[in-house]
Design a protein around this ligand. Structure first.
Ligand SMILES: [Fe+2]
Ligand SMILES: [Fe+2]
Length: 267
């Protein structure tokens, strides 16, 4: 079936893909918002992370998805989750104030080649190393502890599905999408269809991460958890954080360079 990407109105900074996937485009000039009260109410979650990467861990801690639902403002996300936006804004501002080691990297300033190299070397390599190790670990923990916690069998299936989705996804990006983006004049319809496939995979992965968090009860361990159990939960929480950052870069930094906000993209 033919894939297509369509612009959504009226918010000119949000692109809508098939199946209801929405991705926020960053401000063309991050300095265009100067009024701090406007920042706290109108800035999207994706923009918070783009401007200050340390905000990613705040959103992860509060279970706010900044990659596939990054088009929401803090107020909107809090409204959906029953959280107090004032608390989140305080945590965001504290994380920014407490940041050490100089300003965070602004990935928007990287060239496309450098950005893709960073995504592959940092996030794809991490997944290629971690996923094959997590799969048998999830099976072992389900086998040993599944009698006392049936959710571990569900968790095993989620980990399997993550592996089955992510490994081919990495291959497709490295072998098809990324080389296409690095050509001088990439074919627009091909770019659109590749980004549609990418966004569909991202949405599926986001749903699996949400299920993983729910199934593990926010990665809470029972007191008697053995080392394998502890290692699995700790690794899965790290995996969640890394995937959120990874997908955020692809959805909110890489993709907007190739998807125009002024021209409809359906074809
Ligand atoms: Fe990727
Ligand atoms: Fe991706």
């Amino acid at each position: 079936m033919e894939q297509s990407i369509e612009m959504v109105l009226p918010n000119p900074r949000v692109v809508s893909f098939q199946h209801g996937i929405q991705i926020a485009l960053p401000l063309e000039n991050p300095g265009e918002i100067k009024d701090m009260s406007m920042i706290s109410t109108q800035k999207t979650i994706a923009e918070w992370v783009l401007d200050h990467s340390e905000c990613a861990s705040v959103f992860q801690r509060h279970h706010i998805d900044f990659c596939c639902r990054g088009h929401l403002t803090v107020d909107e996300a809090c409204d959906q989750k029953g959280l107090n936006p004032k608390t989140i804004l305080e945590d965001l501002n504290r994380a920014i104030a407490e940041r050490q080691g100089g300003p965070s990297v602004d990935y928007r300033t990287l060239s496309t080649v450098a950005l893709i190299a960073h995504i592959i070397q940092t996030h794809h390599e991490y997944l290629r190393k971690t996923l094959p190790f997590l799969r048998p670990l999830a099976s072992k923990v389900a086998r040993v502890h599944g009698d006392t916690n049936a959710n571990l069998h569900e968790l095993e299936l989620i980990v399997f599905e993550l592996v089955e989705t992510l490994l081919p996804h990495l291959d497709a990006e490295e072998q098809e999408l990324f080389p296409l983006l690095m050509t001088k004049n990439p074919d627009k319809s091909l770019v659109d269809s590749q980004f549609t496939l990418m966004a569909e995979d991202h949405l599926l992965v986001g749903e699996l991460l949400a299920r993983m968090r729910k199934t593990t009860n926010q990665f809470r361990l029972p007191q008697a958890a053995c080392n394998s159990y502890r290692t699995l939960f700790s690794e899965l929480e790290q995996l969640e954080g890394d995937i959120l950052r990874h997908v955020h870069l692809e959805n909110h930094v890489l993709m907007p360079r190739f998807v125009s906000t002024s021209t409809p993209l359906s074809h």
